[in-house]
Design a protein around this ligand. Structure first.
Ligand code: ADP
Length: 262
């Protein structure tokens, strides 16, 4: 199913979570970015269009401003994201540069999606960038977004971006192979759910663990994001993005994941 979905989709949006982008040393895993850029470039050659939603500004910021690690103050958190966003985009830029591909940064807030004029502008810009062969990389604008006005997690941002761009497929890359009946990090007996045909039924059948260490996301927001995307007819794949050449492996049927189809 995953192989077919990737083969049949022209417009694909990939979301990378912070834990996936961070290497074992807690810094942005540039090898992963390089590998993904290579695989994405291959997909582009096959005529596919790609948009990325990338978390990781905090992780990248902490590598640069490690002395801010313990600062909990909101302004420091936002300042950290401002520093980290540059590092993050620089890492993506270097990864795609190797394939002669340009990237573009799009920073969005919840309000942007609620304003018809802004939505139209965002949509037009996205289309223009993609038509010109550029890889747009979207993130929440954490510097202006305080808690009350935040989208809050990049799974939802990815689903909303997928809808905005009229994507054919949303791929959520996480640090887990997919949706399990229980949190596999707490229960090694957990089994992978490979296909979800009814989200409301699956919600009752599985146990969801807590949110991640950043206090955002978690499996619940991935299910919500899949539901949102599906309400616009966009299927969603949840898969491990941190394995070697995950995209190719998924496309070739060599890596399992969860497909949300309804
Ligand atoms: P990301 O940084 O990719 O957005 P998160 O850490 O927010 O990822 O969410 C993924 C995590 O959700 C997994 O690493 C896993 O520990 C946790 N989780 C909790 N319950 C489940 C479940 N039923 N199936 C899969 N993952 C789960």
């Amino acid at each position: 199913m995953i192989t077919k979905l990737i083969a049949d989709s022209r417009k694909i949006i990939f979301k990378f979570g912070s834990n996936t982008l961070a290497g074992k040393d807690g810094k942005i895993n540039s090898t992963l970015l390089l590998e993904f850029a290579e695989q994405a470039a291959e997909l582009k050659k096959k005529g596919k269009q790609i948009v990325i939603v990338s978390s990781g500004a905090q992780v990248a910021g902490l590598s640069t401003m490690d002395k801010w690690a313990r600062k909990k103050d909101i302004h420091y958190r936002q300042a950290l994201c401002a520093v980290g966003q540059v590092e993050l985009m620089s890492a993506w830029g270097k990864a795609f540069e190797k394939h002669n591909l340009h990237i573009a940064q799009i920073l969005l807030t919840r309000e942007d999606f609620n304003d018809t004029n802004r939505t139209l502008n965002m949509r037009n810009t996205l289309f223009t960038l993609v038509d010109e062969g550029i890889i747009p990389i979207i993130n929440e604008n954490d510097t202006v977004s305080v808690e009350e006005i935040k989208i809050g997690d990049n799974d939802t941002l990815a689903a909303r971006s997928a809808i905005l761009w009229s994507a054919d497929l949303l791929v959520l890359f996480s640090d887990i192979d997919g949706l399990y009946d229980k949190n596999p990090k707490e229960d090694p007996q957990a089994t992978l759910v490979e296909e979800v045909k009814d989200i409301s039924v699956i919600r009752k059948q599985i146990t969801m663990g807590a949110t991640n260490s950043f206090g955002t996301g978690g499996i619940a927001t991935k299910i919500d994001a899949a539901e949102l995307a599906l309400s616009y007819g966009i299927p969603t794949i949840l898969a491990h993005g941190g394995k070697s050449r995950s995209l190719e492996a998924l496309a070739a049927g060599n890596q399992k994941g969860t497909v949300f189809l309804g």
